[in-house]
Write a protein that binds this ligand. Structure first.
Ligand code: SF4
Length: 445
């Protein structure tokens, strides 16, 4: 029996990607490790790195079970893949199957099963028990025509998961953030915690690196063991891919202390919610090798940030103070902005621009709000066809582009920012010329 695992992200096929991050989907890496541990034969097809699909698929005709990981924006693409394999057993996993299983399991659908949430162990159970209804009924996250009571699975003890299978990722996940060093970057990725206890209304707990509100951490020892393992594979930069690495100050302190105790000379980056950062923890992270914090700033409007239940208080001041201190101690900041949140007005967008002028992040990623299934805002959204690009509020595409360009001007296209960027990253670009040429291409276009 051969299993085909597909990461159905059509990012290249649909030309959605110009420049930025493509990181390995660690959930798939865990699945591949577990398949191997259970002596199950598999292929892995990562659609993010193919620009032609038909010929790629014909290679996998002999597979018996097809597992398709996909997000809502790739719903149609996932169905195209599922239809290609419709005479096989087809399983949907990932954000969309987790949030809306009923939209993939129905009469005549090419999908036979959906697994909801953190499906690593449940997928193995499903594969081993196909045809055994009694056993399938015990899999709580499983949704199929004969069992529609299912729930999101969360893995309690994430320390017990094996390390995600690295070599299946082909070493192609490196075209990301410049690093302030004079080396060829070789990225490794670690998942140290899962879940996020916050209730930001635009964020879908199905649509993150991990699932659910229930925050779970690994032991610091296990996280740093994995970092050491990645170093042994030649990785020299680590991205901690958690949705919110700094939920627990105690945990972050333990991880940093463990890195320092072992004297690991590794640069790393993590995502953090701004109000979980204080001077002590940032300094600790910096001392342990953290060179960059990625953070969801979302907006410069105190009104909007409160409405989306992200923060109550003076958000602008908090952002500015945090960025100022990060710069002071030499941590780079990558800020995520969302335009088009509900009730956002032109005035709010002006406030975002003003805030960015003052806080001056080193990098910025501007996103167009989409109410993803599973988020609190999805329930209120005027649902159009969720197959297509999801719905936005009060911000036309033209306006989105105009404001985005203004943001790029503030953060990137001004003499001061260019001089700072080159002083930090010239050495990196010399050793990583491909990334530099992609950056230039992106800027020209
Ligand atoms: S936006 Fe960040 S902090 Fe808010 S719920 Fe999502 S992961 Fe948590």
């Amino acid at each position: 029996m051969k299993i085909l695992i597909i990461d159905a992200d059509s990012i290249l096929l649909n030309k959605r990607f110009n420049y930025g991050d493509i990181v390995p989907r660690l959930q798939i890496g865990y699945v591949l490790s577990l398949l191997e541990m259970n002596n199950l034969d598999y292929y892995f097809l990562d659609c993010r790195f193919i620009d032609e699909i038909e010929n790629s698929l014909s290679f996998y005709k002999s597979a018996d079970i097809i597992v398709i990981f996909f997000n809502t924006y790739d719903y149609k693409f996932a169905f195209k893949l599922a239809n290609y394999f419709k005479d096989k057993i087809v399983v949907g996993i990932g954000p969309h199957a987790s949030a809306l299983p009923l939209t993939i399991i129905y009469e005549d659908s090419p999908f036979d099963y959906a697994l909801r949430g953190e499906c690593e162990y449940d997928l193995i159970k499903l594969i081993k028990n196909l045809g055994n209804k009694d056993e399938l009924d015990k899999i709580e996250s499983l949704y199929y025509s004969e069992k529609k009571n299912s729930k999101i699975s969360l893995i309690k003890d994430i320390d017990n998961l094996p390390y995600p299978k690295y070599h299946s990722f082909n070493g192609r996940y490196y075209d990301i953030l410049p690093v302030p060093f004079f080396k060829k970057a070789n990225w490794g990725f670690v998942n140290a915690s899962r879940g996020c206890p916050n209730l930001c209304t635009y964020c879908s707990p199905m649509n993150r690196v991990s699932y659910g509100y229930n925050y779970r951490i690994r032991s610091a020892k296990s996280v740093v063991d994995e970092i050491e393992y990645l170093i042994s594979l030649g990785k020299n930069v680590i991205e901690i891919v958690d949705d919110n690495f700094t939920v627990s100050k105690k945990f972050v302190t333990e991880v940093c202390d463990e890195i320092m105790k072992r004297e690991l000379k590794i640069k790393w980056v993590a995502q953090a919610k701004i109000d979980t950062l204080d001077k002590d923890i940032m300094l600790k992270m910096k001392t342990a090798g953290c060179f960059c914090i990625r953070t969801g700033v979302e907006t410069g409007s105190n009104k909007i940030v409160e409405e989306v239940k992200k923060y109550k208080g003076d958000w602008k001041e908090l952002v500015e103070e945090t960025f100022k201190y990060a710069k002071q101690i030499g941590i780079i900041v990558d800020a995520y902005i969302i335009l088009g949140l509900p009730n956002e007005t032109e005035n709010d967008r002006e406030e975002t621009l003003e805030m960015l002028k003052k806080s001056k992040p080193d990098f910025v990623q501007v996103h167009y709000f989409q109410p993803y299934p599973g988020s609190l805002l999805y329930d209120n959204a005027e649902k159009e066809d969720f197959n297509e690009y999801l719905y936005h509020y009060n911000c036309s595409l033209k306006e989105f582009r105009t404001v985005k360009n203004k943001i790029y001007k503030i953060v990137y296209f001004n003499p001061k920012a260019i001089i700072k960027h080159l002083s930090l990253f010239s050495g990196f670009y010399i050793r990583n010329p491909k990334i530099f040429s992609r950056l230039v291409n992106f800027l020209i276009n």
